[in-house]
Design a protein. Structure first.
Lengths: 110, 115
């Protein structure tokens, strides 16, 4: 079954508010990726984290990989309507295996 | 332009009628995979392939077949579709440098309805 869970499943924010989605794995991951899927579109790669405790930033987006390499988070500062979509994490459990999380759907009201 | 293409984009079919969804990539990626996306369940892997003639089951392989006769193509075959296979299907490809899964490039998706 699904071994990478994301919370929350859904979040509705006002434009300008912050947003965070959390990704939790039952097993240690070798690395983790994040994707964004716009409504009606396909997942698009955002970033990859490899090292324990790693933090990366892309403009208003901050990605973290936990010290134990079992969890990760994506934080968006001051959301905009263009941030609307579903955010997925994807963890590599072993060679050749990439497991996607359940996704967090973000809705931003102007 | 680097891309993954899927056909058809939309398909409505009946139970038991064999169908194939094609997937092709032009990036010379060795790794290709198929996912299905269902509400609340995220993306679940059906099958993947590390190279030509090398395929393996993902997390939900029942009712599906794949083949990898050429590096660029990875068709998904439903021998006898059933209504529980109604879903949105994505093909993806990537490099795997030194065993680390690279960025997944996704196709546009195929929305399948089985009645």
């Amino acid at each position: 079954g699904q071994q990478v869970m994301q919370i929350p499943q859904y979040q509705h924010v006002q434009e300008g508010e912050d947003f965070t989605t959390y990704c939790n794995s039952s097993t240690t991951l070798s690395n983790i990726q994040w994707y964004k899927q716009r409504p009606g579109g396909h997942p698009v790669f955002l970033i990859q984290l490899v090292k324990s405790g790693e933090v990366k930033k892309q403009k208003r987006l901050t990605f973290q990989f936990g010290e134990a390499k079992k969890n990760s988070s994506l934080h968006i500062t001051a959301t905009q309507t263009t941030d609307v979509g579903t955010y997925f994490c994807a963890g590599q459990r072993s060679f050749q295996k990439l497991v996607f999380g359940t996704g967090t759907r973000l809705l931003v009201s102007p | 332009e680097a891309q993954v293409t899927q056909n058809p984009r939309y398909l409505i079919t009946v139970t038991g009628k064999k169908l194939t969804v094609t997937c092709s990539q032009n990036m010379n990626h060795e790794y290709m995979s198929w996912y299905r996306q269902d509400p609340g369940l995220g993306l679940r892997q059906i099958y993947y392939s590390m190279n030509v003639e090398v395929t393996d089951k993902g997390d939900v392989p029942e009712g599906y077949k794949v083949s990898r006769k050429e590096k660029r193509n990875f068709p998904l075959i439903l021998e006898s579709p059933s209504p529980n296979q109604t879903s949105l299907y994505f093909c993806a490809s990537s490099l795997v440098p030194r065993g680390v899964m690279g960025e997944q490039y996704f196709g546009p998706g195929t929305r399948l309805t089985v009645t």
